[in-house]
Design a protein around this ligand. Structure first.
Ligand SMILES: Cc1cc2nc3c(=O)[nH]c(=O)nc-3n(C[C@H](O)[C@H](O)[C@H](O)COP(=O)(O)OP(=O)(O)OC[C@H]3O[C@@H](n4cnc5c(N)ncnc54)[C@H](O)[C@@H]3O)c2cc1C
Length: 472
């Protein structure tokens, strides 16, 4: 039997995925969104991160397609590009260029604007879902016996009275800036413990119109570029990474980023100046024959932040999902994938337990946390490692840190068995701890560790351009 009414707060990727799942189990779903939702793929106030690159990992691509069949094809039809990072990315690692080799993991390169538009259009066609635009959630209401959350308080952004909307289940998907934990405290519940790991990362991004493919120089074989910070930084610029990602319409986004609160270029002049001093001239050369089509967008406040709802004792009728629960440093491209996996966890949970069951929220939060450990441990470990490069100490408890992890990431990626296992982990297809029992992976790592370590080359010994040949 279907439950009556679910209310979702926030119409970003998390809220849209949750609405899709809830519509199979509730007679009605109401999605409350503060912004006016545009018809076209354009920026809006509530999602300022759309100005920055948004990679969909292999796992996220598959989960989103399972939730929205045909999404990949629709995105491709509108200009999205298939992207195998092993072949399509010119990647300069700390101590040299990666060999080009297919990984078998296909990401999609497309603007966040187009992803959200395509998903939103599908939600708008679902008869059970109503979207209340320009409506802000402003609080939550309990039943008189305090056992169950019963309604959301909301008001029109343009002004007017606060109204209430009753719900059998409330799902907070209002993103990083969610105020739900304050609302819960105001209702007398204990604070939800929030764990923060902040590498003080920042992005400066500019959008470019690239020359049409037929007019690009012959060494422009790549679809994207990734220049990691140097292993032996000598100049301030060696601490920055640069990422070029292609999007629809023969455009690309170039992001210059760093950890540890380093200054970020905020205008075209300082952006160009940093480009000119990167570890390879390849970025500056691409930019020189492309046309900037945006301002320089600046972003800080990208800390890893996990609200541990799985340890919190709350009322029935309320859950929370996506960035409102756990946001990651976006450098690792996990947010949308994680949101889509959490929506799938909700789908599974709804098929096994009635949302009317008082134990529903706690059981969901536990299940969701089991998955969240995976992207969280990756993001936090790599942030600590990145910070340790500049100052501090590396965390040796995770697979990518410590002397073994460091050698795996530096030298092991030339080994197809190691590379396959690592790409699977980075694409969230398998948890990092599964590597500890993977015999093929362990044998390959063992063989690597028997060899004398390859000394990190001096920056001056690294060739300025990537290899074009594909290794098989
Ligand atoms: C700079 C940057 C780059 C990123 N790059 C990537 C990437 O490469 N790959 C990737 O997978 N992820 C990336 N992410 C993360 C990704 O944007 C999010 O994880 C993903 O969008 C899921 O977010 P969400 O739906 O929880 O929140 P959001 O997408 O932020 O949406 C929240 C929604 O809630 C609405 N809202 C907020 N408060 C209220 C309220 N009180 N009432 C009603 N509505 C409200 C907002 O208007 C907004 O529409 C990046 C994030 C940042 C900051």
């Amino acid at each position: 039997m279907k439950e009556k009414h679910a209310v979702v707060i926030g119409g970003g990727i998390g809220g849209l995925c949750a609405s899709r799942v809830l519509a199979d189990h509730f007679e009605r779903v109401t999605l409350i969104e503060r912004d006016e939702l545009p018809k076209d793929a354009v920026h809006r106030k509530g999602v300022p991160q759309s100005r920055h690159p948004h990679v969909i990992l292999d796992r996220g691509r598959r989960e989103l397609n399972s939730l929205f069949p045909g999404l990949d094809d629709a995105l491709r039809h509108n200009g999205a590009l298939d992207f195998d990072a092993g072949v399509d990315m010119a990647a300069l690692q700390p101590d040299g260029w990666s060999r080009r080799r297919p990984t078998g993991h296909l990401m999609l390169c497309v603007s966040r604007l187009l992803i959200e538009k395509q998903i939103r259009e599908r939600i708008k066609q679902m008869p059970r879902v109503t979207i209340l635009e320009q409506t802000e959630a402003a609080g939550l209401l309990l039943t008189s016996d305090r056992s169950r959350m019963r309604a959301v308080q909301m008001r029109k952004v343009a002004g007017g009275q606060t109204e209430t909307i009753d719900a059998d289940l409330i799902v907070d998907c209002s993103g990083r800036s969610s105020r739900a934990s304050q609302w819960l405290e105001q209702l007398g519940f204990p604070a939800v413990e929030c764990e923060v790991v902040d590498a003080d990362a920042g992005y400066s991004t500019c959008w470019y119109q690239a020359p049409p493919p037929g007019e690009r120089p012959s060494n422009w074989w790549w679809k994207g570029i990734f220049l990691n910070p140097s292993a032996k930084p000598k100049r301030p610029e060696d601490y920055y990474f640069a990422l070029i990602l292609p999007i629809e319409g023969d455009r690309f986004l170039l992001t210059l980023a760093s950890w540890g609160g380093r200054p970020l270029p905020a205008d075209h002049e300082s952006f160009a100046a940093l480009c000119a001093k990167l570890r390879s001239p390849i970025v500056a050369e691409a930019v020189a024959i492309s046309k900037p089509v945006s301002a320089i967008f600046h972003r800080r406040g990208m800390q890893n932040m996990w609200h541990h709802y799985e340890n919190w004792n709350g009322p029935a009728g309320y859950i929370s999902l996506a960035d409102a629960v756990c946001g990651f440093n976006p450098v690792y491209g996990q947010g949308m994938t994680s949101a889509s996996v959490c929506a799938q966890i909700l789908r599974q949970h709804l098929s096994e337990m009635s949302p009317a069951d008082p134990a529903f929220p706690a059981a969901f939060f536990k299940r969701q946390a089991e998955f969240l450990k995976q992207p969280w441990s990756l993001s936090v470990a790599r942030d600590r490692q990145a910070l340790a490069q500049g100052s501090g100490t590396a965390d040796s408890q995770d697979p990518f840190n410590g002397p073994v992890g460091e050698r795996i990431m530096r030298e092991g990626m030339d080994d197809p068995v190691i590379a396959e296992a690592i790409f699977n982990v980075l694409n969230l297809n398998r948890p990092p701890e599964s590597l500890a029992t993977d015999e093929a992976f362990l044998a390959a790592v063992n063989a690597l560790m028997q060899r004398p370590p390859r000394p990190a080359p001096d920056s001056d010994d690294i060739p300025p351009y990537p290899p074009a040949a594909i290794a098989r």
